[in-house]
Ligand binder design. Structure first.
Ligand SMILES: Cc1cc2nc3c(=O)[nH]c(=O)nc-3n(C[C@H](O)[C@H](O)[C@H](O)COP(=O)(O)OP(=O)(O)OC[C@H]3O[C@@H](n4cnc5c(N)ncnc54)[C@H](O)[C@@H]3O)c2cc1C
Length: 323
């Protein structure tokens, strides 16, 4: 911290993001009487709000719809005094404490003693209207989450990197056949992962191929893919019941470039799960949780777990720093 501003902060803690990490942090911070403010961001409710059935969140033996789970978390947080605000962080100067959060033109800045970064990592999509319409109905970006629903089905995986190979190999546990679709004939995957996928009898490769449309919008269920060969221009239909995207994620950490240490793909590096650094040094009162600092597990329960840790660290920080 190079500078101290004289403004008295209006908030003890502000949580950036309303996915399961941010909302869990809000529940804990609210129950500690910290009256957290949650900035909901561009995707209120986070990634779970765009999916359907979640079957692996503990406590829901029959599964729970993603949006319902999120709504419950919101109610739980607000019941204890958390405030939710439709706004997102545009910029902040982490060298000046207390922190001043800039929410964009025409919006009053917010002064806070601590920040919980729970801004997530958005999946990369092909951005086809038919694909967007079928997310949660046979289109998914999370093999760990939705692989089980592909049991006994023929499916497609999109991508040519390690994530796509990993997803395709994992999905062979459920699907009868996996078609891996890559837009070029060059694969970014490591040799070992590529060789494993090539050697698998239930994975076949379609190179130089792009998806033009996901079929099944009317039925609200994936029925196949309309494909185009980028070399020959030939169009074909591939009958599959599921399409998994394996083309990576974009961590929402742009506002911290140059202020926090990030890995080469832009995820916030943390130690002790929730402590980010700048040039290897802790940044007082700033904590990160959920997918923004977790490129490995990316699950609702792990995001919630680190959300809890971040809120407990906020409490400790405020005890030491004073309110
Ligand atoms: C289709 C799909 C299905 C899934 N199914 C499952 C499943 O069945 N089980 C499971 O465990 N996991 C599942 N996941 C993964 C799970 O959704 C994520 O691991 C989890 O949502 C991560 O939570 P998070 O709070 O870290 O981030 P996110 O859910 O990504 O939330 C990020 C939040 O940050 C906000 N934000 C971003 N930038 C800013 C900013 N500048 N200022 C303020 N706020 C900002 C966004 O608006 C959003 O509210 C699924 C994911 C997808 C995409």
């Amino acid at each position: 911290m190079s500078d101290i501003t004289t403004v008295i902060p209006t908030h003890d803690t502000v949580i950036l993001g309303s996915g399961c990490a941010g909302l869990t942090a809000a529940i804990y911070a609210a129950r500690a009487n910290l009256k957290p403010l949650v900035l909901e961001g561009h995707e209120p409710g986070g990634q779970l709000s765009i999916t359907t059935l979640v079957e692996n969140f503990p406590g829901w033996p029959q599964g729970v719809q993603g949006p319902d789970l999120i709504e419950n978390m919101k109610q739980q947080a607000t019941r204890f005094g958390a405030e939710l605000k439709m706004a997102h962080l545009v910029s902040v100067d982490l060298s000046k404490h207390p922190y001043v959060l800039n929410l964009g033109a025409g919006k009053d800045p917010i002064h806070t003693r601590s920040i919980v970064i729970a801004s997530g990592a958005s999946a990369r999509w092909l951005n086809l209207p038919s694909e967007q319409a079928l997310i949660g109905h046979g289109v998914s970006s999370c093999a760990t989450c939705d692989g089980f629903f592909a049991s006994g089905k023929e499916i497609a995986v999109i991508g040519g990197g390690d994530s796509a190979m990993e997803e395709a190999l994992f999905l062979t546990r459920f699907a009868t056949k996996v078609t891996l679709i890559n837009r070029t004939e060059n694969f970014r995957a490591s040799r070992i992962m590529l060789e494993r996928a090539v050697a698998h009898p239930n994975i076949r490769f379609l190179s130089n191929t792009v998806v033009e449309e996901v079929l099944g919008v009317e039925e609200k269920d994936v029925r196949g893919l309309k494909l185009r060969n980028t070399k020959s221009g030939e169009q074909t239909d591939l009958p599959v019941s599921f399409m998994f995207l394996g083309i990576g994620h974009i961590p929402n950490a742009k506002m911290f470039y140059g202020q926090l240490d990030l890995d080469p793909d832009g995820y916030i590096l943390t130690h002790g799960n929730v402590f980010p650094t700048h040039n290897g040094v802790d940044v007082p009162g700033v904590f990160a949780c959920g997918d923004i600092q977790d490129r490995r597990y990316r699950q609702a329960i792990t995001a919630a777990g680190t959300g809890c840790m971040a809120a407990l660290e906020v409490e400790k920080f405020l005890e030491e720093y004073g309110r």
